[in-house]
Design a protein around this ligand. Structure first.
Ligand code: SF4
Ligand code: SF4
Length: 164
């Protein structure tokens, strides 16, 4: 049976969920990289790292490549949007042993994870994602305004990549 504290917590989560911001009290998250690179790896199968033309240009500049040369090698078209390519094992093409090799110019969705709309939909989806990301629940508290900020950046990124 739930004790008074967890009952109160459950009531708070339910109330915030009804209010549309179930994470009102903030959430704990701290990426465990470089010890973990699960969300960049092929562990979850094929994935997509959506990016805009501006982001392609920023990565090309970072790598010292011409835009066309960069896109031919590192970008694939998926319907009307564009994603980074993957290695044969489904790792992101830019994942190296010590982590992301384009970290300063990584695309928006890499910056905003795990504060994505599908993950932030409800406590249940957040808890489900925690089974795949050891950073969820770690020791850094992220307040609701920052979560909202990350969500907005992610949504804007999705709009600009054409996938939403
Ligand atoms: S799965 Fe989570 S902890 Fe691991 S690299 Fe990705 S964000 Fe960081
Ligand atoms: S660009 Fe970097 S952060 Fe994004 S998925 Fe690839 S390796 Fe991970």
């Amino acid at each position: 049976m739930a004790d008074g504290k967890s009952k109160a917590e459950a009531a708070r989560l339910l109330r915030d969920k009804r209010a549309g911001r179930w994470y009102e009290a903030g959430l704990n998250f701290r990426c465990q990289a470089p010890g973990c690179s699960d969300c960049c790896s092929g562990k979850r199968g094929e994935g997509y790292v959506w990016l805009t033309a501006d982001e392609m240009q920023a990565i090309a500049d970072f790598l010292g490549l011409e835009f066309d040369k960069f896109t031919r090698k590192y970008v694939r078209q998926v319907d009307y949007a564009f994603s980074l390519t993957e290695k044969p094992n489904n790792d992101c093409i830019f994942l190296k042993d010590d982590g992301c090799s384009i970290y300063p110019v990584r695309p928006t969705q890499c910056r905003t994870y795990p504060f994505w709309p599908n993950i932030m939909r409800a406590p249940e989806t957040w808890a489900k994602e925690a089974q795949q990301c050891p950073g969820i629940g770690a020791d850094t508290h992220v307040d609701a305004d920052e979560i909202e900020n990350q969500l907005e950046q992610d949504l804007e990124g999705r709009r600009r990549t054409g996938i939403q």
